[in-house]
Design a protein around this ligand. Sequence first.
Ligand SMILES: [Zn+2]
Length: 93
Amino acid sequence: MIQQIPVMRICISCRKTYDRKNLLKITKDHKEGIMFHKGMGRSAYICKSRKCYSDSKIKKKLQKALKTSLGPEFIEIFEKEITSYNDYPNKGI
Ligand SMILES: [Zn+2]
């Protein structure tokens, strides 16, 4: 049996460490631009905490982490993404 070692990543907002599965991954893909949960390139992670993803400074923090500028359309997609993400049932919690 192969044991799965959780990959730990830091939330860019609260700076706490979480299992990667419990974080929203935002990647600045070299070709496709900003992507969620996929893509190759510089990545940032945000935890499920409302305090973090609804932080008014989250866009600035993301821009800094991804070293890119994010338009208002990004925030729209981001909010949709994080809302649907939060709808997933928490298994085992
Ligand atoms: Zn957080």
